[in-house]
Design a protein around this ligand. Structure first.
Ligand code: NAP
Length: 270
């Protein structure tokens, strides 16, 4: 296959992945950039087929792929090269395939999260992160790297203890005072259920946080963001984080500046 014809395919690997808005967002961006022969598609792959599928992607014309639940750790494990932040976070959401077959792993969730905030948090400011899963690891790593003092709460405490020890945060059992609150739990995701009472922050107490971020995104405001907006907080929607992490992945694959507004509109309309 001549190189000029190769590697114009992109995708998102997940299981399940049908709910992802990345295909609409990235295809709108590719069209806007005039990359008419590029395509981005959902790639539903069960965990047992993940390594062999990824190794075959370059030969099938793929330049790169995003990775979502449940493959982010496996993606890092099989990469030949990984960025420092992907290694520190312990998970990759972006794979790039070079012509010699090498697989490079990165994590754009962390810088995408920071880019979605109204302003970069000041060193020494405080954040409370709810959750200790994959997205919490990226968020905590990004905040600690920015010099923020991070407290982590999680329903399953030992998981929070591991994360805090590895990434330089502390564990809290309640709603620690902070400037920034970030929900990295699945509470509020329609398919996962959960209610605000499953989290340590009451609707009334939310007003003590200047900015509230919810990683969860859906077409109507999430439980956390609806309550935070009522409490007068500045709110950041998970959809904006999706856009920002996707923009960084797209730029890595194409070398072109991502059309952020086009991507935002595509996510909104998806
Ligand atoms: P994950 O690794 O599966 O972690 C899930 C987290 O949610 C864990 O901390 C879990 O606590 C907690 N949790 C689940 N149900 C709960 C409940 N009823 N009450 C309290 N805690 C609960 O998932 P993830 O990758 O971190 O993703 C978390 C959320 O962020 C998902 O909704 C995902 O869609 C969203 N996300 C959005 C973006 C974006 O670009 N906007 C990127 C990544 C993820 P335990 O440890 O106790 O189980």
């Amino acid at each position: 296959m001549p190189e000029a014809l190769a590697a114009t395919r992109l995708g998102v690997l997940g299981w399940p992945v049908a709910h992802s808005r990345s295909p609409q967002m990235q295809n709108a961006a590719l069209a806007s950039l005039g990359l008419d022969d590029w395509r981005y598609q959902a790639l539903p792959v069960p965990p047992e087929l993940f390594p062999q599928t990824v190794r075959g992607l370059r030969g099938a014309g793929f330049r790169g792929a995003n990775v979502t639940i449940p493959h982010k750790e496996a993606a890092l494990a099989l990469a030949d090269l990984a960025s420092e932040r992907a290694r520190a976070i312990g998970a990759a959401n972006t794979l790039s395939f070079s012509a010699d077959g090498a697989i490079h792993a990165d994590n754009t969730d962390a810088p995408g999260f920071l880019a979605a905030l109204p302003e970069i948090p000041r060193p020494g400011s405080r954040a409370l992160v709810l959750g200790a899963g994959g997205s919490a690891r990226a968020v905590v790593w990004a905040l600690v790297a920015a010099g923020v003092q991070v407290a982590v709460w999680n329903r399953t405490r030992p998981r929070a203890e591991r994360l805090a020890e590895e990434l330089g945060a502390r564990v809290t059992d309640d709603a620690a005072e902070a400037d920034l609150l970030v929900n990295c739990t699945a509470v509020g995701l329609a398919s996962s259920g959960g209610e605000l009472k499953d989290l340590p922050v009451s609707a009334e107490y939310l007003s003590t946080y200047a900015t509230v971020v919810d990683l969860v995104y859906r077409s109507t405001p999430t439980l956390v963001l609806a309550a935070a907006a009522r409490a007068g907080c500045t709110t950041v929607d998970g959809a904006e984080i999706l856009v920002q992490q996707g923009a960084l992945s797209l730029e890595a694959w194409t070398g072109l500046q991502a059309p952020i507004e086009v991507m935002r509109a595509a996510v909104r309309d998806a």
